[in-house]
Design a protein around this ligand. Structure first.
Ligand code: F6P
Length: 322
């Protein structure tokens, strides 16, 4: 292996730049060349590729977003598109590809590997922390902290005005952000994705709190796949239980910002391991985080969406906010 391609794919996450810096510097240190592919798989198909040197990744460790930019590329589900991508990589003499992204991106990358034999590395990067086979994905800690900061601020004004807030956090089908934010902000309730929402129970929790002298309530809602859940809960609270509430959707604020220490540390370790393992001849793996360490895990263990957040976290939220 002499020349490595590097791209980000899917939603960006804070810490992707740390992983890029680590890949580039670890590779150059081992006398490899790194070619940065701009705008993910879409950029690859456009041939948007240029060499990265040591200083091209200087002063980026602290910045959110990704200097390589990213995209969602639905065409990559097509075998024909992947064939074209493989041709482009071969033409550019790229011998291995490193993809920083989530579960959808990993599926595309792994298909490219199995169909065309291109050595492939996945570095987990998504705020949702929902990739199977890894305990952690880059960006989750920062996103949770961003949401916690926002909810703390909402709690200030909610208490001053004796209000109930429904705060919607990101995570699509994953409940990870919602549960962490719920526990860490003392939320009164957390609504999980695809759960049948029991608005009566939410209303009972709020009313019980008011009775014992609470002057605010926060309900954290995981966004789920269908838009508008928070507003539907708000309407039902009003119509059926005569409770007024405000909705605050945190949205993309959770995807930006300076990466936390944890995200910088883990991303740096993942980038380094990616190069170390490639040099050992491992040609298909994910830099997974397991039991507190970054390890090379077989790609096919990291292709599913994780759904291991169990009801005990809901019980934790509810027990601590009585
Ligand atoms: O996967 C990361 C994520 O931020 C999800 O939490 C969210 O549902 C989705 O991306 C939003 O995607 P987009 O930025 O493309 O609207």
């Amino acid at each position: 292996i002499k020349r490595i391609g590097l791209l980000c794919s899917g939603g960006d996450s804070p810490g992707m730049n740390c992983a890029i810096r680590s890949v580039v510097r670890s590779a150059i240190n081992a006398n490899l060349e790194v070619y940065g592919i701009q705008r993910g798989f879409s950029g690859l198909l456009e041939g948007n590729i240029k060499e990265l040197d040591v200083s091209s990744v200087g002063n980026i460790i602290q910045h959110g977003g990704t200097i390589l930019q990213t995209s969602r590329c639905p065409e990559f589900h097509e075998a024909e598109t992947r064939k074209e991508a493989a041709h482009i990589l071969k033409r550019k003499k790229i011998d291995a590809l490193i993809v920083i992204g989530g579960n959808g991106s990993f599926n595309g990358a792994y298909a490219l590997h199995t169909e065309h034999g291109i050595p492939m590395v996945g570095i987990p990067g998504t705020i949702d922390n929902d990739i199977s086979g890894t305990d952690y994905s880059i960006g989750f800690d920062t996103a949770v902290q961003t949401a916690i900061d926002a909810v703390d601020k909402i709690r200030d004004t909610a208490s001053s005005h004796e209000r109930t807030f429904i705060v919607e956090v990101m995570g699509r089908k994953s409940a990870a952000i919602a549960l962490h934010v719920g526990v860490c902000t003392g939320a009164e309730n957390v609504v999980l994705p695809s759960e049948n929402v029991n608005v009566e129970e939410i209303s009972n929790d709020i009313k019980r709190g008011i009775k014992r002298g609470k002057n605010s309530s926060i309900i954290i809602v995981a966004e789920g796949e269908k838009e508008g859940l928070s507003h539907r809960i708000q309407e039902q609270l009003k119509a059926d239980f005569e409770l007024d509430s405000h909705v605050c959707i945190l949205g993309h604020i959770q995807r930006g910002g300076n990466p936390s220490g944890q995200d910088r540390f883990i991303a740096s370790g993942m980038g380094y391991l990616a190069i170390e393992e490639l040099l050992k001849g491992n040609n298909s793996f994910v830099t997974a985080y397991r039991n507190g360490h970054v390890v090379a895990a077989p790609f096919d263990e990291c292709l599913e969406k994780k759904s291991e957040y169990l009801p005990q976290y809901i019980n934790l939220v509810k027990t601590l906010s009585i």
